[in-house]
Design a protein around this ligand. Structure first.
Ligand code: IMP
Ligand code: MG
Length: 212
């Protein structure tokens, strides 16, 4: 396959010939390979290019629906940190704020059914438009707890933007207002999502491979 970096001949304003080593930011997809972590094998599922496309789409929807110029975005740590960083930059509203909260309900590859509130929200959200940023909504337990805790703080409104949503697993609360990808009830990792705190830094998303 042809490399991404190549030489381009062009004329500048003085009509002199120059050779420029240019990288046209052509998409050079890094080949995604299977990875094994903690004895489990994961296969490629969503590329970084597809993620970036959906982040842009969700950002445009969120921005379009905002009724005030100073919404507060609440990033749910740890899993949503990467999505929140990309989404928040794409939304690009100078009057907005970002805050952080940490709830935990997962251990290994399954929900424990219990909610651990590790870091609460200290920011004043009363009377404000709140948009919760989640990595993934699975059973909906975390999303429901987050919404009801924030609603108790008298905001103007509460909505949720999640990168991933497993509709078939939803048992609690409502469908998120903004969804990047709807996926089947499979365990995934990467782009912020972990397996026992590991692999959050992967640029792409991987799915747990079924045993043959
Ligand atoms: P829920 O409370 O069952 O909806 O689960 C939500 C939380 O569990 C998410 O915010 C994630 O932190 C974690 N989680 C759910 N599904 C997955 C997954 O497939 N991979 C990694 N973490 C997950
Ligand atoms: Mg989460």
């Amino acid at each position: 396959m042809m490399g991404c970096t190549f030489f381009v001949k062009y004329l500048d304003i003085n009509q002199k010939n120059h050779y420029l080593c240019a990288n046209f930011f052509k998409k050079c997809p890094t080949p995604m390979k299977e990875i094994t972590i903690n004895g489990l094998t994961f296969e490629p599922y969503i590329s970084s290019e597809e993620i970036a496309k959906q982040v842009e789409r969700v950002a445009a929807q969120v921005k379009r629906d905002c009724v005030t110029e100073s919404p507060i975005f609440v990033c749910v740590l740890k899993g949503a940190f990467m999505f929140a960083a990309d989404l928040y930059r794409a939304i690009d509203m100078p009057g907005s704020e970002i805050a952080f909260i940490r709830y935990k309900s997962y251990s290994g590859t399954e929900s424990t059914g219990q909610m651990n509130k590790i870091l609460g929200l200290n920011d004043d959200v009363a009377g404000r438009e709140v948009i919760i940023i989640e990595d993934i909504v699975d059973t909906g337990l975390t999303a429901q707890a987050l919404r009801s805790d924030i609603e108790a703080m008298n905001p103007m409104s509460v909505k949720m933007a999640t990168l991933l949503f497993k509709p078939a697993s939803l048992k609690h609360g409502k469908v998120p207002e903004y969804v990047g990808f709807e996926i089947p009830p499979k365990f995934i990792i990467g782009y912020g999502l972990d397996l026992d705190e590991k692999v959050r830094g992967l640029k792409e998303i991987y799915v747990l491979k079924k045993e043959d």
